[in-house]
Design a protein around this ligand. Structure first.
Ligand code: SF4
Ligand code: FES
Length: 389
């Protein structure tokens, strides 16, 4: 996801205790990630969707999504990311896009591309789609197909990239990197230049959900991680004015965390296929938070006053060492979901940070798992997932 700035600042009340000090938040989220569906023909083992995938019968209807778009426009949201799963499996994507365009949102389609036809893409462009972000698993077709569990995907994606450029749509390529494709990163950079992408997102795998299940298969060695830093830094310099890079570093080998989501409840909101409104795509792993649903409450009210959004907004919830750290307004203590997954406490310091008492164990996991033979992938599928090599 692109880096985005925050909007204007107002204060709002704590719904459980109106007299309590109100947390600060932006009047409106800058970006909305609309997960239209969890259905997807690909089965990537690093998928950030939850292990319990939402079934089609639970998905919001087109009319409900259209109302979300209206509410988002009224609230002042600027960017809409149409995502999934694979958003193009929804045959009513066009109706949802129309509502987003009418609401004045900048629209970004996040897709694997494999279900698109040229006619459909052209139709989306004519309706006002602003941007396409297309995922690639590798430039080596056999390896790309092994990672995604989808035969013929690499060739189809290549076609789609050509159509995107022919239609004049701005293109970002997205490559999630891990131990099975890092060696191809220089070739992926060359491919992005050759195909005329404006931006390449090189994102080290974030270990939530399916990726956490597959961590031992995906986690790179420290040397592989340092290779990616070198490749990106060299290419960023060489390709100035040609290709913009977004680089998401590998947490286990870092010493300071990222401000996950730009800060909890600060600039981004996610809506799941069934309509749950979340501060981040993995927030449902914090099972004791109350996650409001768009069918029951207005988007603006949830954003400002929802219990889940205010639980970790700002800095007042922090414990030591974050509470007294001079970076607390920079990284907001890192990622709540990773803190939960690795320490059992979402209010703990993200173990990416070397001030966390869990940092050594967190780094040690990588230093152990990455140097052992990779187990088979557990592919992302409805139901339990399927183990395969
Ligand atoms: Fe960030 Fe907390 Fe680490 Fe300070 S102690 S750098 S606020 S994660
Ligand atoms: Fe939830 Fe980072 S993924 S806060």
């Amino acid at each position: 996801m692109e880096e985005i700035a925050t909007g204007s600042i107002v204060t709002t009340a704590d719904e459980t205790n109106p007299a309590a000090a109100a947390p600060q938040c932006a009047r409106a989220p800058v970006g909305l990630l609309a997960e239209l569906t969890h259905r997807c023909p690909l089965q990537c083992p690093y998928c950030s969707n939850p292990l319990e995938l939402t079934r089609v019968a639970q998905e919001l209807t087109a009319a409900q999504w259209q109302d979300v778009m209206r509410q988002a426009g009224d609230l002042g949201v600027l960017q809409l990311h149409l995502s999934g799963g694979e958003p193009c499996v929804r045959q009513d994507l066009e109706q949802i896009l129309d509502a987003a365009v009418t609401a004045g949102l900048y629209t970004n389609l996040i897709t694997s591309g494999v279900t698109l036809t040229r006619e459909r893409l052209e139709g989306l462009a004519k309706r006002g789609l602003d941007h396409v972000q297309l995922s690639i698993q590798d430039v080596d077709p056999a390896n790309a197909e092994r990672i995604s569990g989808y035969k013929g995907g690499a060739a189809k994606k290549h076609e789609v990239v050509k159509w995107i450029k022919e239609l004049g749509l701005p293109l970002t390529l997205n490559a999630v990197v891990h131990r099975h494709n890092i060696a191809s990163l220089p070739a992926m950079i060359d491919y992005a230049v050759e195909m005329g992408a404006g931006r390449l997102e090189v994102a080290h795998t974030q270990y939530y959900a399916w990726a956490l299940k597959n961590r031992a298969a995906l986690i790179p060695t420290r040397e592989q991680f340092l290779d990616t830093v070198r490749y990106v830094e060299e290419a960023r310099e060489r390709l100035k004015g040609i290709l913009v890079f977004d680089f998401v570093v590998h947490d286990h080998y870092a010493v300071r965390p990222k401000p996950c989501m730009g800060g909890w409840g600060k600039s981004l909101v996610t809506i799941t296929p069934s309509g749950n409104v979340l501060p981040c795509h993995a927030a449902e792993t914090i099972t004791w938070l109350k996650h409001d649903n768009i069918k029951e409450r207005e988007l603006g009210d949830i954003w400002l006053n929802g219990a889940a959004f205010n639980a970790y907004r700002g800095t007042s919830w922090m414990k030591e060492p974050c509470r007294s750290c001079d970076r607390r307004e920079i990284d907001y203590g890192g990622c709540r979901c990773q803190a939960l997954a690795m320490t059992g406490d979402p209010a703990a310091t993200d173990p990416t940070c070397d001030k966390s008492p869990h940092h050594a164990a967190f780094k040690g996991l990588a230093l152990k798992e990455a140097y052992e033979p990779s187990p088979a992938f557990l592919y992302r599928r409805m139901g339990a997932g399927v183990a395969a090599d």
